[in-house]
Design a protein around this ligand. Structure first.
Ligand SMILES: [Mn+2]
Length: 326
């Protein structure tokens, strides 16, 4: 309980909160925000959820109160923003919250971070970063108990979805007995795991399937078939009619081959911004590589925004990985 005291004090000091999470929000970002917003309202506070990017279609079912908005213009912000506090979830890097960093962060009275990523630096003030947690939702669940919040069905659904997403359905390395204890509690509160699975993993469009076919056809192998590379160009998104986020799980496919130890996925969004995602098995620390390029993440799952050309970045990533495959 005492671990949470700084967060409890932060919530005690304020009555209005802007909640945000990282750009291109994922299941953990959206689920954590929805649960936290509802919990704050239960505690008699006001909560405004503002993100840099839209909620992916497959996660909209957890936003039962329809509270998650995209911050597009300063007109959406309350006039008395200096009386509000900012709660940043699922990222500890202010470069990773898009326009919220410029429009909200400088004006609020205080901000606080709840996160589980292995990023270095850029933690400005109060924070609760637990790198061992499988997900931000896994931190929020016991926090809600410490705050005296009664976890209702919408909060349970949001937290369960967040955990399912961030643990790859309870299989990624940070999945622990605590993860299952929390999941058990959430199922006790009415969450149906198959309903969550159907929404998150069986709700893609046909255009997503066509996009997957194109991206998978770019597969290349490097470093003695230990490293795989996938590339999604924005033309592939346009030609297939798919959506950028619909490709986010493809990075896991090469890892199904026993020999592949690292999966690298270059993905260009419709605006032309190229990101690089990295996944690894065993002792290969891809967070370290992502940090060298200004990004971050976890030991086995990390990413960064490409600042150099695709060819240069690709060469640099492969040369950093080469030490693992002498
Ligand atoms: Mn997360």
């Amino acid at each position: 309980m005492s671990d949470f005291q700084p967060v409890i004090d932060f919530i005690g000091r304020h009555d209005r909160f802007v909640i945000t999470a990282h750009e291109t929000p994922d299941g953990d970002a959206i689920g954590s925000e929805c649960a936290m917003a509802r919990a704050l309202v239960q505690l008699g506070r006001r909560a405004l959820v503002l993100n840099a990017d839209p909620t992916p279609r497959k996660f909209r079912f957890v936003d039962v109160d329809n509270v998650v908005q995209v911050l597009e213009s300063p007109g959406q912000l309350p006039d008395d923003l200096e009386r509000w506090a900012l709660l940043m979830l699922d990222t500890s890097d202010v470069r990773n919250i898009g326009q919220v960093a410029g429009l909200v962060l400088p004006r609020v009275s205080e901000h606080f971070i709840i996160d589980h990523h292995e990023n270095e630096g850029d933690i400005l003030a109060g924070n609760f970063v637990q790198k061992s947690a499988s997900s931000t939702a896994e931190i929020i669940h016991p926090l809600l108990a410490a705050l005296g919040v009664e976890i209702d069905y919408p909060m349970a659904l949001a937290l369960f979805t967040a955990i399912v997403y961030d643990t790859g359905s309870f299989i990624y390395p940070k999945t622990t007995a605590l993860t299952f204890e929390i999941a058990r509690d959430l199922v006790d509160r009415g969450v149906e795991p198959n309903m969550v699975y159907a929404n998150v993993y069986e709700s893609n469009s046909i255009s997503a399937l066509m996009l997957h076919a194109r991206v998978l056809s770019t597969l290349e192998l490097a470093l003695g078939n230990r490293v795989s590379l996938l590339t999604m160009r924005r033309e592939m998104i346009a030609e297939s009619g798919g959506i950028y986020e619909e490709a986010d799980q493809l990075i896991n496919i090469p890892l199904k081959s026993e020999d592949i130890r690292v999966s690298v996925f270059f993905k260009e969004n419709p605006e032309g911004l190229m990101r690089c995602s990295l996944r690894s098995k065993e002792n290969i620390d891809v967070a370290e590589i992502a940090q060298r390029f200004g990004g971050g993440g976890h030991r086995t799952a990390a990413g960064f925004k490409c600042r150099e050309s695709l060819e240069e970045t690709r060469r640099a990533v492969l040369s950093m990985l080469a030490k693992y495959f002498p």
